[in-house]
Design a binder for this molecule. Structure first.
Ligand code: EPZ
Length: 422
């Protein structure tokens, strides 16, 4: 297993290109299952999760061709060979559950392994299944697999979500495009990745209104056609790299960054004394007067503060002037980066879903362990300004969601290298 070594103390200067969104690509790719015509995705990120989704779709019979070093993905689901998504692939990546809605809509049946829990929480699928049942699906759990059938096809209905689940909204949105009649999703997730999915589905011929709001209305159609779609910029990668110059000092321009993707995050940075300026090519970030100060954070569904930036924000607050309180309301166990940051000298107290961070002058480099995708990158961010060397182990977590992190940070002056695992 590879490790990444960061030596702290260098201010950063330069530009970082922000890639296409992992969490958009992982729902856009299964959309191919809704049509017999080709779907081409451009601006795709080069990540191991994309490879996992590719393998899953290929196991169902989809032809997937990756071009231009992975930035373009051509998919064709003309002939599906099975509707069973196998545990061996699904257990590696929860987003595999996004084939459930499309398979059910296209084939009238689907057998999808329950993803199982992961480091950050139990992550059940009750919101997905109860919504699909309202559309006429019959779903039974057998041997760890969801066995779903839709005798006579899915039917449009009013589908209220008890929580604005991103994945459930995506599964229902995709399924509803081919259902008979009108579907209304109430309390729908509003993330930009949902808006991007709707844009792609409409390019394929779907009839959708209200994406980006809590109420999405879909008129089912008989079939969907071909489309080419550019994946939206990754707002989580964007927010992650915006924090690098705040922690390490200096000034970094995040190319492709757009203010509307990170509005609540930028409001928090402003409260911490950070200047974010829109340029012709992206967002320019630097500390207003050398230091950053504490602030409180509560994670919420979009447009609130994103849970996927909570770990990275905590890394920044570890060396802020003052005391911050972070509340994680989306996942039940998403503070695993805290013990690792404490090993670097951070002053953090975790009580259930809340963490109190008292800023210290400087962290000290240490060997630390990556536990999940966003925790991994928060440790690298912390290492940028820590005294001495920080060695982040098990960086396979990182490679799931960040393309070439050592190259992107190295290009703006960070002392960072990847060492091959033993
Ligand atoms: C998506 O996961 C993202 N993944 C996550 O990003 C992100 O953290 C999350 O949305 C919240 O924004 C992808 O898009 C591939 P949810 P998803 O359904 O869809 C509970 C990353 O780091 N819940 O909105 O699984 C669930 O347990 C990843 O890139 C149910 O109880 O998130 C969680 O506590 C991590 N029942 C909360 O809702 C359900 O049926 C949010 O889950 C579904 C969800």
């Amino acid at each position: 297993m590879d490790s990444i070594i960061v030596k702290g103390g260098k201010e950063l200067k330069g530009q970082i290109h922000i890639a296409g969104a992992k969490n958009a690509a992982l729902t856009l790719m299964p959309a191919t299952l809704l049509s017999e015509e080709p779907l081409t995705l451009t601006n795709a990120p080069r990540l191991s999760d994309i490879k996992t989704m590719t393998a899953l779709l290929q196991s169902l019979g989809t032809e997937v061709t990756s071009m231009q070093d992975g930035k373009v993905i051509a998919l064709s689901s003309h002939n599906l060979t099975t509707t069973k998504a196998d545990y061996e692939i699904v257990r590696k990546m929860r987003a595999s559950n996004l084939v459930l809605g499309p398979l059910l809509a296209r084939e009238g049946n689907a057998i999808v392994s329950l993803p199982g829990g992961c480091a950050i929480g139990a992550r059940p699928m009750d919101i997905h299944t109860s919504a699909l049942e309202l559309m006429g699906a019959e779903i039974e759990l057998k041997d760890g697999y969801l066995h779903a059938v839709a005798p006579g096809g899915l039917k449009g209905n009013v589908v209220p979500l008890r929580f604005a689940s991103v994945g459930a909204t995506e599964n229902i949105l995709m399924a509803a495009t081919l259902a008979k009649g009108t579907t209304v999703i109430e309390n729908a997730a509003r993330e930009p990745e949902i808006v991007d999915l709707a844009k792609c589905l409409k390019a394929m011929g779907a009839q959708i209104e209200g994406e980006g709001t809590s109420r999405i209305e879909i008129q089912g159609v008989d079939r969907l056609g071909a489309a080419t779609h550019a994946v939206v910029t990754d707002r989580i990668e964007l927010g992650t790299y915006m924090l690098a110059p705040v922690i390490a000092g200096g000034e970094v321009e995040c190319l492709g960054g757009k203010m509307e993707l990170v509005k609540s995050f930028v409001e928090k940075l402003d409260a911490c004394g950070v200047d974010v300026t829109e340029t012709a090519n992206g967002l320019l970030v630097k500390n207003r007067n050398g230091r950053h100060t504490a602030t409180d954070v509560i994670t919420q569904p979009f447009p609130g503060f994103p849970t996927d930036l909570q770990a990275q924000m905590m890394a920044m607050l570890c060396t802020a002037d003052g005391t911050s309180v972070l509340e994680e309301t989306i996942f039940e166990n998403r503070f695993m980066h805290a013990p690792e940051l404490i090993r670097m000298g951070a002053d953090i107290e975790v009580h259930g879903g809340s963490a109190t961070v008292r800023g210290v002058d400087r962290l000290k480099g240490a060997p630390v362990m990556a536990t999940d995708l966003r925790a991994s990158v928060s440790l690298i961010l912390a290492g940028l300004a820590a005294e001495g060397e920080t060695r982040v182990n098990r960086v396979y977590h990182l490679d799931r969601g960040y393309e070439h992190v050592e190259q992107k940070l190295g290009a703006v002056g960070a002392m960072i290298e990847r060492v091959q695992g033993e």
